[in-house]
Design a protein. Structure first.
Length: 615
């Protein structure tokens, strides 16, 4: 092991590899083996869920795929896909794969310039769009790309971008034109694709610079899904049901989609997070996969309801919170004292059962990825009966490279490598990865690909971490996000931000202080939680901008900062803060699809406010 490597762990594969199948062939195989297996449920206009069998899904997918072939799509062609998370999005994705093509998903919240870049860089000439409005955005982006075509990206631009709008009969149109394509011809085109070939180009979120297209192969998805099945089989036991509500353009949601199909779970989709509570209650998933912000929202919503009931309700909730965390920690210690067990049983009736009911009353496991969950929330959820298995990965690792184990979950860590994957802590405490989940490279960007790997072939994640004696990985920060004060103190902002986010009225906290003489913070308020918080505190209705300037809100944030400062060293304490009158979102360009803050954008857009803090 090189001297620069601090620690290293590899998880071996102890099962037969499912390594000769593509994603297009996967659905054909499942439908042949279990044609009546319910792979999906779709919500109708009346709010009821209707089943879609494997055979029915295959027939619809192959019909659309034949239409693509009839339209001239060939193996290896890139096909765009723009829309919200939905059953139709998944049909389009698998149809592209069954035509031997490569899916290029576009974020629904992407700007015109971002769409133009992805269209030009990927060489997309045809696309699926959810609605006429989505198709119009693609046309507008193409015009923008043509106007900016002197950028020298190396991509190619079509004269027009042909789009099939699946909300307006696009699938049916393709199925009709595809009737001229025989089953053997379609199978022959599908067979031109090998498992090592690209299945998709997923563009990075751009939190650290211009987005790059990650080439992820059929192997990456199939083998990583197989590894997940063998690592956390408890999650998929019995009759597994998964509700997917993350943006499907993001690698985490995309992997969840493939994982659900591979494990033959029943998958449902929710496009609007406002519908999530009702859909959780009616669909009753057995497992969910989400980013930390979703779990934070559920917790903050429960706290807000308690605050609406007055001081006594708040006291009960806070006591239940402490008991849940203590109970979970006692489980780790191997012994739960009798008194704590009795308290836990009481609060299960008063609080925990209601929270489980809000999640559908069927969720036993949840997987969290895309950012740090924090040990407090991890223990809280396990204490109320939902084990959150925190994992770690990036777009370049097909989402998960590590995950916690149900039989030995270490809250606060992101688990151990999946089978066929390796992790090491390299120079500068950087987490580096190798194995079946790691991508092939960046599309048409050899320089960036070379820079992202070490000389001996390890992918450089850019994240900082440590590993315990059992090989469990803990992420301690991101190398580009570590703040170094003018006094030379290294500060990981995630440690502070994790605690600050727990306050119901806080939207996004951004800790700053790089090259400055003290640590400070920018805050946004949560527009969804703000009305209830104001009402619970006897304050009049006001919008985010008004609340940001209100003395009571500032006082509440100051109290929060004071509490958090007690948990860190003096050099890490937040000395000043500003509450911004704005809301960070994907549309504003300040958040990525996984709700991570794009720090470089925030620093640029709020340079004046930052300078005022340090004036």
């Amino acid at each position: 092991m090189p001297a620069s490597v601090k620690s290293h762990i590899a998880t071996p594969i102890d099962y037969p590899l499912d390594d000769r199948i593509t994603l297009g062939e996967l659905i054909v195989r499942i439908a042949a083996e279990e044609p009546e297996r319910v792979l999906f449920e779709r919500k109708d206009s009346g709010g009821d869920w209707s089943a879609v069998s494997a055979a029915r899904f295959r027939d619809q997918v192959l019909g659309v795929a034949k239409g693509l072939i009839a339209a001239g799509v060939r193996a290896g062609d890139r096909v765009g896909l723009l829309g919200r998370t939905s059953y139709e999005w998944t049909v389009a994705d698998f149809a592209i794969w069954c035509a031997g093509a490569v899916t290029v998903p576009f974020y629904e919240t992407s700007s015109k310039a971002q769409l133009a870049w992805m269209i030009e860089d990927s060489g997309v000439e045809v696309a699926f769009a959810e609605s006429a409005a989505h198709a119009g955005r693609l046309d507008e982006a193409l015009r923008h790309a043509r106007d900016e075509s002197g950028s020298g990206s190396g991509g190619s631009l079509p004269e027009t971008l042909r789009s099939w709008v699946y909300q307006e009969g696009g699938f049916e149109e393709l199925a009709r034109s595809g009737e001229a394509v025989g089953d053997e011809d379609a199978a022959a085109q599908r067979a031109q694709v090998s498992p090592e070939d690209p299945a998709t180009l997923i563009y990075t979120s751009g939190t650290t610079g211009p987005s790059k297209g990650c080439e992820l192969s059929h192997h990456n998805f199939v083998l990583t899904a197989q590894a997940a099945l063998h690592t956390i089989p408890e999650v998929f036991a019995g009759t597994p049901r998964c509700l997917l509500f993350l943006p499907l353009a993001h690698v985490f949601a995309r992997f969840v989609q493939v994982l659900a199909v591979y494990t033959r779970s029943t998958l449902a989709h929710t496009a609007d997070l406002a519908d999530l509570p009702a859909d959780l209650a009616s669909f009753r998933p057995s497992y969910i996969l989400a980013v930390p912000r979703v779990f934070e929202k559920v917790f903050n919503s429960a706290l807000s309801k308690a605050q609406a009931g007055g001081k006594a309700k708040v006291a009960i909730f806070r006591r239940a919170e402490r008991v849940a965390v203590a109970y979970s920690r006692a489980l780790d210690a191997g012994r739960v004292p009798a008194g704590l067990r009795l308290q836990h049983r009481l609060f299960d009736r008063l609080v925990y059962s209601k929270l489980r009911q809000a999640m559908g009353n069927n969720v036993e496991y949840a997987v969290s990825g895309g950012g740090p969950l924090g040990a407090h929330l991890g223990h809280f959820y396990r204490g109320l009966g939902v084990t959150i298995l925190e994992g770690y990965g990036l777009t370049e690792t097909t989402a998960p490279v590590t995950v916690n184990l149900p039989v030995k979950s270490k809250i606060g860590t992101v688990g151990v490598p999946l089978p066929g994957c390796e992790i090491r802590i390299g120079e500068g405490e950087e987490v580096q990865a190798k194995g079946l989940c790691v991508f092939q490279g960046y599309w048409r960007n050899e320089e960036a690909t070379a820079e992202s790997f070490t000389e001996d072939g390890w992918f450089r994640t850019g994240d900082l971490g440590s590993m315990d004696t059992d090989g469990y990985l803990t992420i301690t920060g991101r190398s580009k996000e570590i703040l170094v004060t003018s006094a030379g103190k290294n500060v990981a902002p995630a440690v502070l931000e994790d605690q600050l986010r727990r306050h119901p009225v806080v939207g996004q906290p951004v800790v700053i202080g790089d090259n400055r003489h003290f640590i400070a913070a920018l805050f946004t308020l949560d527009p969804e939680m703000l009305p209830a918080w104001l009402k619970n505190h006897g304050l009049p209705e006001m919008d985010v901008a008004e609340a940001a300037a209100h003395p009571a809100v500032r006082s509440a944030i100051q109290d929060l900062v004071d509490r958090v400062n007690e948990s860190v060293s003096r050099a890490e304490q937040i000395k000043k803060f500003t509450i911004l009158p704005d809301v960070f979102s994907e549309a504003s360009g300040h958040l990525s699809a996984k709700q991570s803050v794009k720090r470089h954008v925030v620093y640029e857009d709020y340079a004046e406010q930052i300078e005022e803090i340090y004036a």
